[in-house]
Design a protein around this ligand. Sequence first.
Ligand code: DGY
Length: 321
Amino acid sequence: MEKIIVSRSIPQPFKDQLEAIGQVEMWDESLIPMPRNQFLEAIKDATACLITLSEKIDSEVIKAAPKLKVIANMAVGFDNIDVPLVNSKGITVTNTPDVLTETTAELGFTLMLTVARRIVEAEKYVQNGEWQSWGPYLFAGKDLSNANVGIYGMGEIGKAFARRLKGFDTKIMYHNRSRNKDTEKALGALYVPFDTLLEHSDFIICTAPLTEETRNKFNAQAFEKMKNDAIFINIGRGAVVDEEALVYALQEGQIAACGLDVLREEPIDMAHPLLSMDNAVIVPHIGSASVTTRNRMIQLCVDNITLVLNNQYAKTPVNLK
Ligand code: DGY
């Protein structure tokens, strides 16, 4: 008998599909993660689990789960999972690439324009009854047109972001672990060394996953090199940024503003200095959050679990290169 753990509440039609293949134990909350000890208990006799990026899959989980065959992560990023360890036990790990690409790029774009045009500050100003008249420089922001935009991480989301830039007459630069000449041609993007990206971009968008190579990539030295009026957007992973260095850069005017969908610690500590800064816009990791995309992500997890439990290859296994 298969047993499938689902670590967040998902709509009944998806649960029904899983129930057709085995017994389902679902945590009935959608905003509160399953407590770790409950997860460890539930996973003991599980053969599959559908998890979110809040669940850390480490040696403690793997030790507790001798029957586990598949872990379906409802995210494209999988830094919450010790993949080499899990693979060494013959357990399949899957993620949700492609289905969330456009939605995540749209959120990045939304954040970029929101920060550039100071929309959050302006909206608060209206709500607070402070609006007295039209002013020549009232909430004057920064143009995207004709700007140099630097993309750090030219994977699928980086490319989708670059495609959207094409309508704004921007110059696109990118830095990535490897160069992709087809992308350069298709998107008119220029490959540059990381330092050049930092020094010449008016907007920098980070779409990079968290790896040992990208951890703390945006550190004090990086922010120091950026233009003083640069806007930094992060839709990749929080730990790609040294947040203390970011706070310092914003306070000291090394850069102008930031927009973050991801943070080192999620949810953010309410005492975090970024929360009291007008030039920092923070949203709660909602890059892929459209109803259609979230449905697709869950369906892909369900499909992957179904395939593996039927002794077939998963659609989107995570293969470490
Ligand atoms: C992902 O899929 O990795 C995103 O960060 C979740 O929205």
